[in-house]
Design a protein around this ligand. Structure first.
Ligand SMILES: Cc1cc2nc3c(=O)[nH]c(=O)nc-3n(C[C@H](O)[C@H](O)[C@H](O)COP(=O)(O)O)c2cc1C
Length: 325
C-alpha cells in the first residue's frame, strides 16, 4: 500500500508504533521496522542521552530498516536533558522523530538541518495546525479513545479525523483506538494516510514487557479504562486497577484542591514495576479503550501482515462489492 506516509518515511506499510514509556525499546521498534512499519524507541525511558545513543545503536543492529525516536515534552519542574537527547538522535543517524506533549518548535531547526522528518502527535485540530505552521512534516492525530494522554477536549476519532482532513495540508495518521484492518481502512476513509498504534503493540510477542501486562490487555474490555489526573489538566487514560480506584477516590474527595503530591504514590515511578516486574496493581499505567478489541498476543509481523491483508480485503472486496450492487 502506498500513501503519503509510506512515501515520507520510506516504509512498506502505513503503520506506526507510537512511543511508549518502558515499552518502546529496541526490541519492539526493530520488530515493527522489520515487519515493514515504523517503530519508535522512547527517548525518555532511557535514563540519559548516552543510554539513548546505546539503544539506537542496539536497534540498528537488529534492523536495517528505518526506525524513529519518540521525544515527549512533559510538564516538569526539572526538565530532562532535551538538548542532550536531541544530540543523541542526530548523532545516531535517526531519520524520524515523533514529538509529543508540548510544542517542539525549539528543536525543529536542529532536526531539520540533519534531514530528520518530524511527526508531531496531537489531540486537537488547532494543535495539528500549529505543528504544520512550524514546519512539522506530518502529524499523528490522537483521539479521545487513545491510551495515554488524550488532552482535555474529549473529541473521538470519528469527528477528529475528518476535522483534521478538512484543515490540514500535511499528511496525518489516525491514532487512538486502532487495532486491525478495519481500523486502517476506516482511518484511510476518514482522510488519514495511515495509523499509529500503542496499546495493540504491547500485546505482541516482541514487546519487552512482563507477560502479566500482555494478559491484562487481552483480558480487558472496552469498559475497563479510566481517566485520571483530569483535575490537574493532565488527563491520562489508564487501565483500571486497585491503585486507580484509590487515585479516583482521592480526586473525588479533594476536588479542586488536588495536588500532584496527593497522588504521587499511584503515578510516580510505577512504570518499571508494572512493565518489568508485572506488579499489575502498582499504579496507573496508560492503556487505550482498544483493549476491548485485543484478544491475542501475535508476533509483530503476524499482526502487521494480518492488518494489511484485512484492510486490503475490506477495500478491494467488501466495499467494492457494495458499489457493484
Ligand atoms: C503504556 C503506554 C505508554 C505510553 N507512553 C507514551 C510516551 O511516553 N510518549 C508518547 O508520546 N505517547 C505515549 N503513549 C501513547 C502512544 O504512543 C499512542 O499515541 C497511543 O497509545 C495510541 O492509542 P491506542 O493505545 O489506543 O493505540 C503511551 C501509550 C501507552 C499505552
Amino acid at each position: 500500500m502506498k500513501t503519503r506516509i509510506t512515501e515520507l518515511f520510506g516504509i512498506e506499510h502505513p503503520i506506526i508504533q507510537g512511543g511508549m514509556h518502558h515499552v518502546g525499546y529496541a526490541e519492539l521498534a526493530s520488530a515493527v521496522a522489520n515487519a515493514g512499519g515504523l517503530g519508535m524507541i522512547t527517548a525518555l525511558t532511557q535514563p540519559n542521552p548516552a543510554a539513548l545513543a546505546e539503544e539506537i545503536r542496539r536497534c540498528r543492529e537488529m534492523t536495517d530498516k528505518p526506525f524513529g525516536v519518540n521525544l515527549t515534552f512533559l510538564p516538569s519542574v526539572n526538565p530532562p536533558d532535551y538538548p542532550g537527547y536531541v544530540e543523541a538522535i542526530i548523532k545516531g543517524g535517526v531519520k524520524v522523530v515523533e514529538t509529543a506533549g508540548n510544542n517542539p518548535q525549539k528543536y525543529l531547526p536542529a532536526l531539520k538541518e540533519h534531514g530528520i522528518k518530524v511527526i508531531h502527535k496531537c489531540t486537537a485540530v488547532r494543535h495539528a495546525l500549529k505543528a504544520q505552521a512550524i514546519g512539522c512534516d506530518a502529524v499523528s492525530v490522537d483521539g479521545f479513545e487513545c491510551g495515554g494522554h488524550p488532552g482535555e477536549d474529549d473529541v473521538p476519532n470519528f469527528i477528529l479525523l475528518p476535522r483534521a482532513a478538512d484543515e490540514l495540508e500535511i499528511p496525518f495518521v489516525a491514532s487512538g483506538g486502532m487495532a486491525d484492518g478495519r481500523s486502517l481502512a476506516a482511518a484511510l476513509a476518514l482522510g488519514a494516510e495511515g495509523m499509529n498504534m500503542g496499546t495493540r503493540f504491547i500485546a505482541t510477542q516482541e514487546a519487552p514487557v512482563h507477560e502479566n501486562v500482555k494478559q491484562a490487555i487481552v483480558a480487558a474490555s472496552e469498559l475497563d479504562t479510566r481517566l485520571v489526573m483530569r483535575p490537574l489538566r493532565n488527563t491520562e487514560r489508564v487501565l483500571n486497577n486497585s491503585a486507580v480506584e484509590r487515585l479516583l477516590e482521592k480526586e473525588r474527595k479533594l476536588g479542586a484542591d488536588l495536588k500532584f503530591a496527593d497522588i504521587a504514590e499511584e503515578v510516580a515511578g510505577v512504570y518499571p514495576r508494572i512493565m518489568k516486574t508485572g506488579e499489575m496493581d502498582a499504579g496507573a499505567w496508560s492503556c487505550g479503550m482498544v483493549a476491548g478489541l485485543i484478544n491475542d498476543v501475535p508476533t509483530v509481523k503476524e499482526l502487521i501482515d494480518r492488518i494489511m491483508a484485512e484492510a486490503e480485503g475490506i477495500m478491494r472486496d467488501r466495499l467494492t462489492r457494495m458499489l457493484n450492487g
